[in-house]
Design a protein around this ligand. Sequence first.
Ligand code: AMP
Length: 416
Amino acid sequence: MEQFILHYIILFIKGYENMKILVINAGSSSLKYQLFDMDNESIIAKGTCERIGIDGHLKHTPANGKPVFNEDIPMPTHAEAITAVLDKLVSAEYGVISSMSEIDAVGHRVLHGGQKFSASVKVDETVIAAIEECIPLGPLHNPANLMGIRACEKAMPGVPQVAVFDTAFHQTMPASSYMYAVPYEFYEKYGVRRYGFHGTSHRYVSAKALEVMGIPAEGSKIITCHLGNGSSLAAVKDGKCFDTSMGLTPLEGVPMGTRCGSVDPAVVEFIANHENMTVTETLTMLNKKSGMLGISGVSSDFRDIDAAIEAGNERAKLALDMFNYGVTKYIGAYTAAMGGVDGIVFTAGVGENGPNVREAVCDNLAYMGVKLDKEANNCRGKLQKISAEDSTVQVWVIPTNEELVIARDTQDICGK
Ligand code: AMP
C-alpha cells in the first residue's frame, strides 16, 4: 500500500506528460513489449521473449542507438521473462532508462473480457478474478495474459497496471447483432454470443477515419477491415461498434491465414466422423490448418500466396479469390445493416501492405459507387486516401497501432 501511495506521489511530481509506459502482450510461450515515452508517444525500446517455459530467448531493441540484445536466457515462467526485460531496460549496455522506478505504469493486452468489460480498467484483484472467469471464452490467451499481469506485479510491486481488452470496443453491439440463434438458455448459462476481437484496432482506425475525413461521430457509418494473419471487419455506426465478423472466438468471419472463417457448423461433425477425429482436434484443424494455408496448400502468408499466384498456382489464386470475396460480402452486408457507408478503412498487415487485395475488393464494390484511385492505392504501410475524388464512399489505408492505444489508455487511467 505504501509503495502504491509513493508511486502516485512520484507520478504527481513528475507530471502526466512525462509518463513512461510499458505495454505488454503476453502469449502462452511469448511476451512482446514496447516501452513508450508518452511525452512524444515515442517507442524507446521494444522486444520479444520467446520459448517461455521451454528454454527462453530475448530480443531487445533499444531505440537510443545502443546495441540489440538477441540471446538465450532461461525463462521457466513469465516472471523470469519480465525480469529479463526489466534487466535489459535498465542495463548499462542495452538500457534506455536509469532505473525501474522510471516505469510509471504497465498496460496489458487482454484477449477476452466477456460481457464484463466495455472499456480498459485498472487491474486489481476483482479485475483479475473477472479475467479468470473469462478463461473458458479465451482458454489459450487469457491464462497467458494473466501470467503477464502476475509477473509484472511480482517484478514491479506497486506499479499500476491496466488491462485493455480485444473485446471491449464491440460491447456496444445491439443484441440483434451479437446473439446467435441457438436456444437462449446457452446465452444465459454460458454467455454464448458474438464478442468480436481486434477491438483496439477497430477503435483506433475508426476514430482516425472520422478525424481524417473531417466528419463527426454522430451519424457516421464506417466499415473497418482489419486484414492480417487474423482478419475481422467491423461496422462502426455513430463511432460505436454495430457489428463485427469474429464471434464467440476469433474463428468466425472471413477466411484467414490459417482459420477457416464462417462455415456450416455441421462441417465439424462431418469431418470428425470421417477422419476419426475428436471435436477438439477438428477445431484445431479449423483454427490452424485452414484458411489461406488450407486452400492453397502453400502458406498462410499473403506474400507467399502472391508469389505462388505469380508462378501459376491455381489453388493459391482460389484462396485469394475466396478471401477477397469474403471481405466484399461483409462490406456489402454491413452497408445494408447500417443503411449506407461513408468510409471504408483497410488496416493491419494485408490491409496496409496489399494493394492487390484493396483493388480487388474495391472493384467488387463499384456497384455502390466505390471508385479507387489506382495510383494512390499503390502505397504500403502509410496513412493514405485511396478512393478517387468522384467515389461516393471514401476509402482509406490507416495503419493500426494497438500498442499506442494501450499506452494511451494506460496513461488516461493512471495519469493525474
Ligand atoms: P498481421 O497479422 O497484421 O501482422 O499481418 C500479417 C500478414 O500481413 C501476413 O500474411 C503477411 O503476408 C501480410 N503482409 C505483411 N507485409 C506485407 C506486404 N508487404 N505485402 C503483402 N502482404 C503483407
